[in-house]
Design a protein around this ligand. Sequence first.
Ligand SMILES: O=C(O)CCC(=O)C(=O)O
Ligand SMILES: [Fe+2]
Length: 227
Amino acid sequence: MLIPIPDLLDADGVAAIRALIDPAGWVDGNVTSGHQSALAKRNLQLPEESPAARQAGQMVLDALGRSPLFIAAALPLRIFPPLFNSYAGGQAFGVHVDNAVRIQAGTGLRVRSDLSITLFLEPPEAYEGGELTVETQFGVQQVKLPAGYAVLYPSSSLHRVEPVTAGRRVASFFWLQSMIRDDGARQMLFDLDRSVQGVAAQLGQDHAEVIRLTGVYHNLLRCWADV
Ligand SMILES: O=C(O)CCC(=O)C(=O)O
Ligand SMILES: [Fe+2]
């Protein structure tokens, strides 16, 4: 299941991140690849420990923390510090699955990748190609979103980035471990959460049935959550 997060960053937020990362020292993207994906990957990245990446990554994390949609959809437990990549001149990332466990340089923090996130940082009309193509259980989906929009997709899915044949695609990409490991269970909780919000909007937050349904949501989370 692909979940778009519209307007995670506004235009000022995107501009502030671009002002930090654009002049920083970009390197060959294979610094974070596993063995298989290194064969498929042709792009540039900011090194994980680059001060610009750390500072811009914190701005991304702050924006995620302010997004009720992101929290409800991802139910995050641990988020790997956001990284930044760029593709131009025909660069692409061939089909791959993301590494199952990420270990943060320096802290040794281990994150099981349940969900992968791409946050688009370049307007789609500014480059050709560069679609994020994800093989989902419902078929192949291609994603190319406005700057400031993010998409969540299961880290277990085969995905690729199409060649960028004109302009430059800039994005933040990262992984998270969810409190709910299973994609289907997480999706059910997300659907239930949205339904409870919808019913609450009609009946009022203090309606007895809304209180009972909210209880069901939390009791399911209590059954299933890693904390
Ligand atoms: O650039 C993207 O949208 C995704 C990058 C990616 O798949 C990866 O780094 O594993
Ligand atoms: Fe990937």
